[in-house]
Design a protein around this ligand. Structure first.
Ligand code: ZN
Length: 340
């Protein structure tokens, strides 16, 4: 089958032929139809310090996808050939203490498809049946293929108290843009989104932001919306040090800051003034809660109140991998999808 492979410990990805995966008794084989391209894939493509420390080539890259089930193992009874599915890409041991106590998303032994084992930028992928998530017939493969990053946004937004809240979202890449739409659907009173990129601000407006502004205009917008108190909830989606400081500064006393953006290096924080004396609650977002986030996401999409479609800006074949990576790095793209 055709696959995008990290063949060796250097920059680039290679489109090549590899054997079709075989499945274990508790796994299913999925014909991939659509696969989302992610910042994580850029790290692996560039072979930066994170990728070099984590990944072991050769492996098939890609972790966001949707497709059709074409074979099931002998122990699988609730997934059938022909089912339209996506899947949670974080594979955890169901018997771990984290899984058994509802914290599977932070299990340190998690193995991620396309990072720690073969991924989905390929004609076929093998997945444990327990990770499979069925798609409603009305949901396209393209929307199915971005459930993973949308799930990050749902996890970030819905672990805060959104109804009636003034929400500040710092960073409007694809996940920040999804978060804008989710907060809108969840009944936020005011959504203020920031980015330095005008295209991303436009995307935030399309997704329903009341104010989509440059970072240095955020303070005025937040104060105007909150009687000067600050944002009830901040969703930090950028990982940029100045945005992290701003997230703490513009949260109201007693507010909540949910942090998804990953800083590339250590940030100096004045814990006393920025966090402790303000009584902030900080929440680190890893992956998607299994499977509360997936359930909420499916119900929001089914309701018709949340439509992620505007975030998808490019649909490309696997052959265009170099273009896809360049587009993401340029900041000119929303979500990019490989169609197979
Ligand atoms: Zn991703």
């Amino acid at each position: 089958m055709k696959a995008l492979v990290k063949t060796s410990a250097q920059k680039g990805l290679t489109l090549t032929e590899v054997p079709e995966p075989t499945i274990r008794d508790d796994e299913v084989l999925i014909r991939v139809r659509s696969a989302g391209v992610c910042g994580t894939d850029v790290h692996i493509y560039e072979w930066d310090a994170w990728a070099a420390g984590r990944c072991k080539p050769p492996f098939v890259v890609g972790h966001e996808f949707a497709g059709d089930v074409v074979a099931v193992g002998s122990l699988v009874h609730d997934v059938h050939v022909g089912d339209r599915v996506t899947a949670e890409g974080h594979i955890v041991d169901e018997r771990s203490i984290f899984s058994r106590t509802g914290q599977a998303h932070v299990d340190p032994s998690t193995r991620i498809i396309g990072v720690d084992r073969d991924g989905c930028f390929a004609d076929y992928i093998a997945m444990p049946a327990t990770n499979v998530w069925h798609l409603d017939d009305a949901i396209s493969y393209d929307i199915g293929g971005i459930h993973d990053p949308m799930g990050n946004a749902f996890h970030t937004a819905l672990t805060a108290d959104i109804p009636g809240a003034v929400v500040l979202i710092t960073g409007c890449g694809p996940i920040g843009a999804f978060a804008v739409g989710i907060c809108k659907a969840a009944g936020a009173a005011r959504i203020i989104a920031t980015d330095i990129n005008p295209r991303r601000l436009e995307l935030a407006r399309l997704m329903g932001a009341h104010d989509a502004v440059l970072p240095d205009e955020a303070s005025r917008a937040v104060k105007a919306a909150s009687d000067g108190h600050g944002a009830d909830v901040v969703l930090e989606m950028s990982g940029v040090p100045s945005a992290v400081h701003q997230a703490f500064a513009l949260a109201r006393p007693g507010g909540r800051v949910n942090m998804l953006g990953i800083p590339s290096k250590t940030i100096d924080i004045d814990f006393a003034s920025e966090i402790i004396f303000k009584g902030l609650t900080i929440y680190g977002v890893v992956g998607r809660r299994m499977y509360d986030t997936w359930h909420q996401m499916s119900r929001f999409i089914r309701s018709g109140n949340f439509d992620p479609t505007p975030v998808i800006t490019h649909r490309l074949p696997l052959e265009a991998v170099d273009d896809a990576m360049a587009l993401i790095k340029s900041g000119e793209a929303g979500k990019i999808i490989f169609q197979l």
